[in-house]
Design a protein. Structure first.
Length: 387
């Protein structure tokens, strides 16, 4: 088969994908396997239980796969000289200047120490600026004070994104700035919030709304015409489901939160996209930034950016940093593969050593930080299809 894939392997991939499709499992999915110029796509099931069929250009909420796209837009501004990687962000984000840091992450908000140094753009890109989600939060029998305060300030940063909750960008960053950090800048990896802050940083550096920064620096140059923070084409948007004891229940309908503009375009989890748009983004990184980034910035996105000390506290689970690390807003593996998952049901995996891209889009939310079987099985079948 052209592209170094086997016919038998493609058939097996189709079979493995179909095994996971059903009203109580994954109502619908689009899976893309690309190697070189050869692209194979499977569109199975329906956009909603009992609804219209999924097709190749169906839209899905990609959640945290937004993060690497946000990183690319930020690095484009670095290449333009509008953002400095290793300088304090205080001038663009005065709300984050002169930080205080909790004496204990689960402690009272008034027990703090001074930050040892300012926050930099590199800290935000690597999720080491001192604020974000820690797995210890979920082991606590009672909510940490910082979690309660963040919820009251409508940051929507310690759980699934809630667009209807978050205020506009200036208010959002001002609210974040009233809280202490959980850790010293550069000390440890904390998930999610850094990408949200990057959206505000990029907007202020470019003097334009973050959606416009994404469009001009990444989406238009790559022809990613379907990637956006909302859509009027709700007939193409899959219904989002979450699991419940009685089966799947609707979390967001096509005419719900992503059917209109929101107050805050969240760089951590706000985008809709398609498999072909994510393939275009993948190929840009495989080509060392062609049309979007300098080769230096593109390679940095594919390279481990964390120190051993930053990884020592663990990531999303005890084995998160085993054979795996973090670059700029995305995961990188020791074998050179990179990518990330979106908790609404998307996985994005790129393996330069095999010139391989595997994208799986579903509308079922993850039940845990672990990659669901449908994504693991399709990725395994993709590797098995290599000639």
């Amino acid at each position: 088969m052209p592209g170094g894939l086997t016919y038998e392997g493609i058939e097996r991939l189709r079979e493995r994908a179909a095994e996971h499709v059903g009203d109580t499992r994954v109502p619908g999915l689009v899976a893309l396997l690309a190697r070189g110029d050869h692209v194979h796509v499977e569109a199975l099931g329906s956009l909603a239980v009992g609804g219209a069929p999924v097709v190749r250009d169906s839209l899905f909420r990609i959640a945290s796969v937004t993060k690497p796209i946000t990183a690319a837009a930020t690095l484009a501004l670095v290449d333009e000289g509008l953002v400095a990687l290793d300088e304090p962000v205080d001038e663009l984000l005065p709300e984050l200047a002169d930080r205080r840091v909790l004496a204990r992450m689960d402690g009272p908000l008034h027990e703090t120490v001074a930050a040892a140094r300012p926050i930099t753009a590199r800290d935000l890109l690597t999720f080491t600026f001192g604020f974000g989600l820690a797995m210890e939060m979920f082991a606590s029998p009672t909510p940490w004070p910082i979690v309660t305060a963040a919820d009251e300030l409508r940051l929507s940063t310690f759980g699934p994104p809630r667009r209807e909750v978050q205020p506009e960008a200036d208010t959002w960053i001002a609210n974040l700035g009233t809280l202490p950090l959980l850790a010293q800048p550069g000390e440890r990896w904390l998930y999610n919030t850094g990408a949200s802050v990057l959206g505000v940083l990029a907007s202020r550096a470019a003097g334009a709304p973050f959606a416009e920064v994404l469009r001009t620096r990444v989406l238009d140059p790559l022809g990613m015409r379907d990637t956006a923070f909302w859509t009027s084409h709700v007939d193409r948007l899959a219904t989002a489901y979450r699991s419940a004891p009685a089966g799947l229940v609707v979390w967001d309908a096509p005419d719900g939160e992503w059917s209109h503009p929101s107050a805050f375009d969240d760089g951590a989890a706000g985008l809709l996209s398609t498999v072909d748009d994510l393939l275009a983004f993948s190929r840009m990184l495989l080509a060392d930034g062609a049309a979007v980034l300098s080769a230096e910035s593109a390679r940095a996105m594919k390279t481990d950016q964390l120190t051993a000390a930053q990884k020592a506290h663990g990531g999303l689970g005890p084995a998160f940093f085993s054979g795996n690390s973090w670059s700029f807003c995305q995961s990188v593996r020791d074998d050179g593969a990179f990518g990330w998952n979106g908790g609404f049901g998307t996985s994005w995996h790129v393996d330069p050593s095999h010139d391989l891209v595997v994208i799986v889009m579903t509308q079922r939310m993850f039940d845990s930080p672990e990659t669901p079987p449908v994504h693991r099985d399709i990725q395994a079948a993709a590797y098995a299809a290599l000639a």
